[in-house]
Design a protein around this ligand. Structure first.
Ligand SMILES: Cc1ncc(COP(=O)(O)O)c(C=O)c1O
Length: 386
């Protein structure tokens, strides 16, 4: 492998991981001609110790989470989740969501894949937005692990609609067709919008009437629930969600997510699927205490509200910059804007972020639990000069 090829190989997966974001530097040949290497560019705009708007999982971990890990680092406990720390974390989940089966996993892709695997057989179809993480950003893992067909739907502001489902869902009972089984939605969506409770309820009704399950990719469910002023339960189970990928990493954890199963029948084989899916942590206590910390004393809500507030401030400030257009309603912690293409590279060099749509010059800026008002004001000032 040539050094450049190796550099690309190193770099490209991380760009993809961030959603449909594609670095302008990678997709615009003029950048390559200019000799600027994408990785070097990302590193320049990503100075150690600074905070950027690249992604909410570029942020560190909340200090309370690190302290909890430190406190759990005493003596020996039984592995694989049969320990008092995990019992406490599961109890914290049940306080938030009511009686549910909860399975802690390492990352969000696994939470989604296992949720779908538990809900389907290989002859089923999963309906999702064409820009959804499960469809575009998981390297085909959901298809590989479930064997199912993922059916991409045109979306409205990142959302699956009942109208799109009505057009797409068909072939029930026909052995020539993948059988409709799951509607998968992302809350908050990949473009920073938030389904209203009525929208989720309508999707749930649609699913139920057709014998389908409603899966919610809640990598940012905290941001959505906080934005809606709802509890986690009100924003999920009470709206008819059957299985939830609960996100923690984007909201201040070092790295831990969970699948919350509201329908007991979907939980039956989950323990086996998780182990076979290589997601059963032996030192489970260290994942468990992170989730317990997030779900205790409303840290989940405080972190999310803060990130959402920072996004709204960023929106207000950048709206005032000539040539900037906000392209999706800012309802959670992300701002999507069209900015002059010549500004993108200059701004990225000072403070790295991902280009969502290089053709249209749409960029994505994410706020995190640790974004400071001064970061937002400083970034808006850079944009004014770029
Ligand atoms: C909407 C959404 N779902 C799921 C994930 C989970 O990803 P990971 O497997 O990187 O934790 C992400 C992360 O970018 C995401 O944005």
């Amino acid at each position: 492998m040539t050094p450049l090829a190796r550099e690309r190989a190193d770099f490209e997966p991380s760009a993809r991981r961030e959603g449909r974001g594609v670095l302008e530097a990678r997709s615009d040949p003029s950048n390559a001609a200019g000799g600027r290497k994408p990785r070097a560019q990302a590193q320049r705009g990503h100075r150690l110790g600074s905070r950027t708007f690249a992604s909410d999982n570029n942020a560190g971990a909340h200090p309370a989470v690190l302290r909890a890990i430190e406190r759990a680092n005493r003596g020996h406990v039984v592995g694989y989740g049969d320990d008092p720390y995990t019992a406490r974390a599961l109890a914290a989940f049940r306080r938030q969501f009511g009686d549910a089966e909860v399975f802690i996993v390492f990352n969000g892709t696994a939470a989604n894949c296992l949720s779908l695997q538990a809900s389907t057989r290989p002859y089923h179809a999963v309906y999702c937005a064409e820009g959804s993480h499960v469809y575009t950003d998981e390297c085909g893992a959901p298809e590989r692990l479930t064997g199912c067909k993922l059916v991409p739907l045109p979306h409205a502001g990142g959302k699956v609609t009942v109208e799109a489902l009505e057009r797409a869902v068909h072939g029930e009972g026909d052995p020539h067709h993948s059988q409709p089984r799951v509607v998968s939605i992302t809350q908050a969506t990949e473009v920073g919008t938030v389904y209203t409770p009525e929208e989720v309820r309508a999707l749930s009704r649609f699913a139920r009437e057709r014998g389908m399950w409603l899966h919610m990719d809640g990598a940012r469910i905290a941001n959505a629930a906080a934005a809606l002023g709802l509890t986690l339960r009100q924003a999920t189970r009470d709206l008819g969600v059957d299985v939830l990928s609960f996100g923690g990493t984007k909201n201040g954890l070092l790295g831990a997510e969970a699948v919350v199963v509201f329908r007991k029948e979907l939980a039956r084989d989950f323990a086996f699927l998780r182990k076979q899916g290589m997601q059963l942590a032996s030192k489970m206590r260290f994942l468990a205490v992170q989730l317990e910390t997030l779900l205790t004393g409303d840290l989940w809500r405080r972190n999310a509200l803060h990130a959402n507030r920072m996004a709204r401030l960023l929106e207000r400030l950048v709206r005032a910059v000539p040539g900037v257009e906000i392209v999706y309603p800012v309802e959670a912690n992300g701002v999507f804007a069209r900015i002059p293409k010549r500004s993108i590279r200059r701004l990225q060099e000072r403070s790295f972020f991902y280009v969502w749509d290089p053709g249209l010059g749409i960029v994505r800026w994410m706020c995190s639990f640790d974004t400071r008002e001064s970061d937002v004001r400083g970034f808006a000032a850079l944009l004014r000069k770029a």
